[in-house]
Design a protein around this ligand. Structure first.
Ligand code: SF4
Length: 286
């Protein structure tokens, strides 16, 4: 964590460890792989359009980290409170702990289907090319860890009190400018504190009692918006624990970042670190 200058682990980092742990680490140390800005924009735009379909617009401009957290909790709480009515909530942040490390992520979508809450992860793709098994695995790990973090809240292993202690909420303060924005938005005075809004956020998640063990990965063509493939994933808590036990060894510093195994060296041809920062499978030939 010190080496990568990180205070928390993103669920997407854990997922990337299943693509190539070494690459995930090098991305932090030397900057991410180059992605054409228009590709990022198209994927982001689609996510924003999906979010707009159901979410209540919340126009708040955070000025510091406390403001940012407030906005995140307030948005999450508002969406989760409307889940029963809208049958859908989008872009819900999720917080948890593992091995004394803070874990954070953002769930794309929670749907209500036949009375149960179902997690859906939307992945945008450049073309109609079906994702490989290796790509699907990283997405599967991501959704499984989201579910594990939700379970930790539902089963009282993590919640408002722990969050409050770990993030030292009492030491954080909203800026005066942000409070003015909250007044303009009509947020009740009693709700205008990080303590109160985080409590409401965790409570709104904990109320979601019936969670389906089936979860869905949806692959969407980012240019056309068409759903190309939907993959069903069944939640298995033991598997989630195994994933966390394996990945946390790296974060604890109990082992170095692993390069891909020999049978997956095909991934190296797509990696900008090959032959430069990573010589794990590099024989000097181009
Ligand atoms: S070159 Fe291969 S092993 Fe090295 S970081 Fe890239 S994908 Fe991983």
């Amino acid at each position: 964590m010190k080496k990568l200058k990180k205070a928390s682990i993103r669920v997407t980092d854990i997922a990337m460890q299943y693509w190539c742990e070494k690459q995930m680490e090098l991305n932090y140390l030397f900057g991410p792989k180059f992605v054409a800005p228009e590709k990022v924009d198209a994927g982001k735009r689609l996510h924003e359009e999906l979010e707009k379909e159901i979410s209540v617009p919340i126009d708040l401009q955070p000025k510091n980290y406390a403001d940012y957290l407030f906005k995140d909790f307030y948005k999450g709480y508002t969406s989760m409170s409307l889940l029963g009515k809208n049958k859908k909530a989008r872009e819900i942040s999720i917080y948890g702990m593992e091995d004394n490390f803070k874990l954070i992520g953002k769930i794309d979508e929670i749907d209500i289907r036949d009375g149960s809450a179902v997690i859906v992860e939307n992945k945008t793709r450049e073309s109609n090319k079906i994702p490989s098994e290796a790509q699907t695995l990283t997405n599967k790990i991501q959704i499984i860890i989201y579910r594990k973090l939700l379970n930790d809240i539902l089963q009282n292993r993590f919640g408002y009190e722990k969050f409050n202690a770990v993030y030292s909420l009492t030491r954080m303060h909203l800026t005066a400018e942000f409070v003015t924005q909250l007044d303009a938005l009509g947020v009740e005075k009693g709700m205008q504190s990080l303590n109160e809004v985080s409590k409401k956020f965790f409570d709104s998640i904990a109320r979601m009692k019936d969670m389906d063990d089936e979860m869905y990965l949806k692959y969407i063509n980012r240019n056309t918006g068409e759903v190309m493939k939907s993959v069903e994933i069944k939640y298995d808590e033991n598997y989630a624990r195994d994933v966390l036990a394996f990945t946390m060894k790296y974060w604890r510093g109990a082992r170095q970042a692993l390069p891909v195994p020999e049978k997956e060296t095909w991934k190296c041809s797509f990696c900008k670190f090959r032959g430069n920062e990573c010589k794990a499978w590099y024989n000097g030939a181009e």
